[in-house]
Design a protein around this ligand. Structure first.
Ligand code: ZN
Length: 412
């Protein structure tokens, strides 16, 4: 009897250990596995034990020791598990071009590219670029044993969707898109520095201009509000679910401290589990949080970049990047790729003047519709080629072309 119970326990333990081991998918480099309890849910009583892959290394794991908590570690009580993977090894295993040194000053930067585009990474810096557009990594890349190493989650959640995965596509006819005009009713949002007009008015107008453009593209479009009414974030989430949304886009305008006078376009998606957010705005940032929308991490990033690039291009405004955040609960529960875009600063007089102009809002609507194009481009819509050149690599420079007016990279 006891012997049998013991056997059952051994089988159960094997299952638990098996489940705790992250999927390898045959994509990651050969690694040893160690059991660690460094990952802790800041809001849970028990530390979460994970099996964590470790890159073979002869040197002591310098970045682990050098990692310092942020200056105000409000809700980040423990340091993360740092899993560093050689970028050369990862590139070889994923059929991606070898990384090339781009520059040694003012910071050491590398490029890595595929037919899909080019990522520029800076050592020790969370900011990176994708085809010239600012993206934010969870952790700054490191040099370990003379090799460029990128944190494993950044490879999975940032580099893979951009360099390896097929671009976002919709196979079914008339997919559903839910457009969410931010705020409404008593929730006025921010206000224009020029005359106090509220954000809720401009987001609704943007959405109403956008809806027919998307319909003409073949989308079935639903707006979370069509008048000046108060809608909770929870209702916005269930609305998208009830309408079987294939995509969710929340439209907002930004505000900042008047003395800083910030400007530009920002696009947000939910932070992948295990990573710090780009921005917390004073809210908690539980790295261990795993939201329903985290299922779509890869598509979220692709959607965010597609949208962000189109709006940047149309507006000509400053690129503030595609950012990750956890405080936007209108995104957490979404059961489809979901992003939130801030189409400029109402606190900035120059941008507020543009946002208050109906023509500019039409331009923003057209930009979003262009990014969500379902039909193939016709000949005269195709972008011109040629334009900006960039040199990649120091020893044997390679040239890539940025097609003018687009963010597409053309390899010679
Ligand atoms: Zn807003």
């Amino acid at each position: 009897m006891y012997k049998f119970a013991g056997f059952i326990l051994v089988v159960m333990w094997s299952c638990i250990v098996g489940l705790a081991r992250p999927s390898n998918d045959g994509k990651m480099p050969k690694m040893s596995w160690v059991n660690t309890n460094l990952v802790r849910n800041p809001f849970g009583p028990e530390p979460v034990k994970l099996m964590v892959p470790v890159v073979p290394s002869n040197a002591p794991a310098a970045p682990v020791e050098e990692w310092q908590p942020p200056a105000t570690p409000k809700h980040v009580p423990v340091r993360p598990v740092t899993t560093w993977v050689s970028l050369d090894t990862w590139a070889a295993e994923h059929g991606v071009g070898k990384p090339h040194l781009l520059s040694n000053t003012p910071v050491t930067t590398y490029t890595i590219g595929s037919a899909r585009g080019v990522v520029v990474l800076a050592i020790g810096n969370r900011e990176a670029t994708w085809n010239g557009i600012e993206i934010h990594l969870g952790f700054g890349p490191q040099i370990i044993d003379g090799e460029i190493c990128v944190y494993g989650l950044d490879l999975q959640k940032n580099l893979e969707p951009l360099l390896c995965d097929p671009p976002l596509a919709f196979s079914e006819t008339n997919p559903v898109i839910v457009i969410d005009p931010g705020h409404g009713g008593a929730n006025v949002g921010t206000h224009s520095i020029l005359d106090g007009r509220f954000e809720k008015e401009f987001t609704l107008d943007w959405a109403k201009r956008l809806a027919p453009l998307l319909e003409a593209e073949g989308w079935r479009v639903f707006l979370t509000r069509t008048s000046d009414t108060y809608v909770t974030n929870a209702v916005r989430v269930t609305f998208a679910e009830q309408h079987h949304a294939d995509l969710f886009i929340s439209l907002h305008f930004n505000s900042g401290a008047p003395d800083e006078a910030p400007e530009g376009i920002e696009t947000y998606c939910v932070t992948p589990t295990g990573m710090p957010s780009t921005l917390t705005r004073g809210y908690s940032d539980p790295w261990a949080a795993n939201y329903p929308n985290n299922t779509f991490d890869a598509q979220n990033l692709q959607l965010a970049l597609q949208l962000h690039a189109a709006v940047l291009r149309a507006s000509g405004e400053e690129d503030r990047g595609v950012c990750r955040a956890r405080f936007m609960d209108v995104l957490h529960g979404q059961q489809c790729p979901a992003v939130l875009i801030e189409g400029g600063y109402l606190s900035n007089p120059r941008e507020a003047r543009r946002i208050e102009n109906a023509e500019f809002r039409q331009k923003l609507a057209q930009a979003v519709a262009d990014a969500m194009r379902l039909k193939p481009e016709t000949e005269n819509q195709k972008p011109e080629t040629g334009g900006q050149k960039a040199e990649v690599g120091d020893q044997k420079p390679e040239i890539f072309m940025l097609e003018s007016g687009t963010n597409r990279v053309k390899w010679p």
